[in-house]
Design a protein around this ligand. Structure first.
Ligand code: NAD
Length: 296
């Protein structure tokens, strides 16, 4: 068997086109130009690169960005006050605080200061709580987990009644993706670094989501034949044969997995592009919510 490749780049391009059309439609009915405020505390180069990519993608679909960089030595109170101020800015519909923040700052406390109707990353405890609660929906779903779900749905995976295994229980990927899968009627097992027999558990999965940050941890013989595999991992491994001296691999040994899985996302070109697309979708949604409330 050779797995079908789930083309995240192509699906993300479709979503970006949908968002661009949505932005035009919103402005066409008298709504605002969606505005996204980005906040970088300190000067982490990787964070700065991610933010640049997000801003470029936003500009391409007609979302205006307001970029803010706070000094690495900013206090908890200063960062929280700044985020709270953005909450009052009517031009800003979405607020993105780039993580990780410098050591010493309490990220969760900062995220909790974001107004939930501007929480386009979906990390506010209220939005996460609504994701966990039966019968309630969050205003925004975190972008990477939302991207995983879209890839599963658009690739035709059946979630209802399926057995899903999520590797990783982080706040930004593993845990919210597990909650989303439960909302879609899958039976979900979440594995983490202390889980015994991870290989055997993975082997039972119709849907396997790997979000551990361990290069090629998941081998071909961990995968149930025909399973759908979503590889969230982005890992840099040394490769002297490349110009940069390294290459990017996922959490799944792709070349082994394609012989067993039914469908699989590549790295790069799978989940990565979906994360940015999800942010754009959420920002448009935030602007639509603001407009609907102002005209209600
Ligand atoms: P994290 O370090 O916060 O969490 C990793 C999780 O994996 C933890 O819950 C840990 O217990 C678990 N884990 C570690 N080793 C394990 C093992 N051997 N078996 C089972 N579980 C194990 O990482 P994160 O922020 O969730 O990110 C995970 C990966 O996803 C990273 O490679 C990261 O770069 C990538 N990522 C990609 C995107 C994207 O847009 N594609 C977005 C966010 C994160």
């Amino acid at each position: 068997m050779t797995a079908r490749i789930i083309d995240g780049k192509a699906i993300a391009a479709e979503i970006r086109a949908e968002v661009a059309a949505g932005v035009k439609a919103l402005i066409g009915r008298g709504g605002p130009v969606p505005g996204l405020a980005t906040v970088l505390v300190g000067d982490n180069p990787a964070s700065a690169t991610y933010l640049r990519a997000k801003r470029t993608a936003a500009a391409e679909v007609g979302i205006v960005t307001f970029d803010h960089q706070l000094a690495g030595g900013s206090t908890q109170r200063e960062v929280e006050a700044f985020v709270a101020e953005l909450g009052e800015d009517r031009r800003v519909h979405g607020i993105l605080v780039q993580l990780p923040m410098p050591t010493g700052l309490d990220e969760q406390s900062v995220l909790a200061r974001i107004r939930i109707e501007k929480d386009v990353d979906g990390f506010h405890p209220m939005n996460l709580g609504r994701l966990a609660k039966k019968g309630s929906d969050p205003l925004f779903v975190p972008c990477t987990p939302a991207g995983c779900l879209i890839l599963l749905k658009r690739s035709g995976a059946r979630l209802e009644g399926s057995r899903a295994v999520v590797l990783g229980r982080s706040n930004i990927v593993g845990m919210p993706v597990a909650l989303l899968l439960i909302k879609h009627d899958a039976t979900v097992t979440v594995c983490h670094s202390l889980t015994p027999s991870v290989r055997e558990i993975c082997h039972e999965a119709d849907v396997l989501i790997a979000a551990v940050g361990q290069p090629e941890l998941v081998r071909g013989d961990w995968i149930k034949p025909g399973a759908t595999v979503i590889d969230v991992g982005i890992n840099q491994v040394e490769d002297p044969s490349t110009k940069r001296g390294f290459r990017i691999v996922g959490d799944v040994a792709f070349q082994e997995a394609i012989d067993v899985a039914g469908a699989i996302t590549p790295v790069p070109g799978g989940v990565g592009p979906m994360t940015v697309a999800g942010l754009l979708q959420n920002t448009l949604r935030a602007a639509e919510i603001a407009h609907d409330r102002s005209t209600a």
